[in-house]
Design a protein around this ligand. Structure first.
Ligand code: 8YV
Length: 313
């Protein structure tokens, strides 16, 4: 019997085992491999377990005529054309909440690492500069500073809550003011937010509605003492403007887990000393990836059993 579940993307061994234990499943690493599947095998597919960030649009959906659900491994589903899915009656699910802590932790870690110059500090010890009598140049105090959260959704709130514990002033921008703990200050534009803070953390959803929202003018408003942290999507930032500001010292630094053409990061980032670069690992802990994989499987199981989906977008 042909498989009803098609898993697309790179799954690790534990995920493969769990998917195989739960479903009649086949694995393909890319859409090109799906094109080569026999037509009756493609017709049998009712659910896709999707992992990755390559575009999943109308054309890809057309390869799978019986498809009823795309279960995304990740909270961000900007790679999936939800309008095309809706037109075909295909439901889309994601994995919200289970990754909030990890992504927030990484945002804070990059901020500390950037502000306290920890890359250089590590080299100072390893390269013997410290042993040779040299002190690390003084860096920035973070506790008590001003931080701006761009996008106060589930992850943005977790970041803000952590930084409130660092005695920071919390500022934010969202499509409108939100109910928050006392003292969190709403700004009515990303520019106004950037002008009010030392650290700007991007925690927006990806997609067309947020594309380039961290524009050249937002970067300018953040200014030469400002630091940008991005744990959302590379598409939210005008990367050319960011690179220019970092190169010319118009921005103090950045901590980046996401990039425009990842994993092919613009090589200009690699020669900058004032950036901390991470390989889109926000949700990348054993515990959280297991929880994301389980939620993805639970959505597929609910669909195949005719039950309500757990986390439909
Ligand atoms: C990725 C993410 O899904 O949840 C998201 O939106 O960006 C990540 O958790 C993960 O890297 C798998 O592609």
């Amino acid at each position: 019997m042909h498989a009803a579940v098609l898993a697309i993307g790179g799954y690790d061994d534990a995920d493969v085992r769990d998917l195989e234990a739960g479903f009649n499943v086949i694995f393909r690493s890319s859409f090109d491999d799906i094109q080569n599947m026999a037509i009756d095998a493609r017709h049998a597919v009712r659910a896709v377990a999707f992992k990755g960030h390559t575009p999943f649009g109308h054309q890809e959906m057309a390869l799978l005529p019986s498809l009823g659900v795309i279960a995304n491994y990740g909270v961000g589903y900007d790679a999936i054309d939800t309008v095309a899915a809706k037109a075909r009656g295909i439901a889309v699910t994601n994995t919200p909440d289970v990754l909030n802590d990890d992504v927030a932790d990484l945002a804070v870690a990059m901020m500390l690492m950037q502000g306290r110059d920890m890359r250089r500090g590590d080299a100072w010890v390893r390269d013997g500069i410290w042993a040779g009598g040299g002190d690390l140049p003084l860096n920035r105090k973070i506790s008590g500073g001003r931080v701006g959260i761009l996008g106060l959704g589930r992850i943005g709130r977790e970041i803000a809550a952590r930084l409130a514990a660092f005695k920071m002033d919390i500022h934010y921008w969202s499509r409108g003011p939100k109910k928050t703990p006392d003292g969190w200050q709403y700004h009515n534009s990303p520019d106004a937010l950037a002008a009010a803070v030392d650290y700007l953390i991007v925690a927006l959803v990806g997609g067309t509605q947020t594309c380039g929202i961290v524009s050249a003018s937002v970067i300018k408003a953040l200014g030469p003492k400002g630091v940008l942290i991005n744990i959302s999507r590379g598409s939210t930032v005008d990367e050319a403007a960011l690179l220019e500001a970092l190169e010319k010292g118009h921005l103090a630094g950045a901590g980046l887990d996401v990039f425009l053409n990842e994993p092919a990061v613009d090589p200009r980032f690699l020669s900058l000393d004032n950036v901390v670069l991470q390989p889109h690992q926000g949700s990348g802990t054993i515990e959280t990836r297991a929880a994301m994989a389980k939620l993805q499987r639970d959505n597929i199981a609910a669909f195949l059993d005719g039950q309500p989906l757990l986390t439909e977008v």
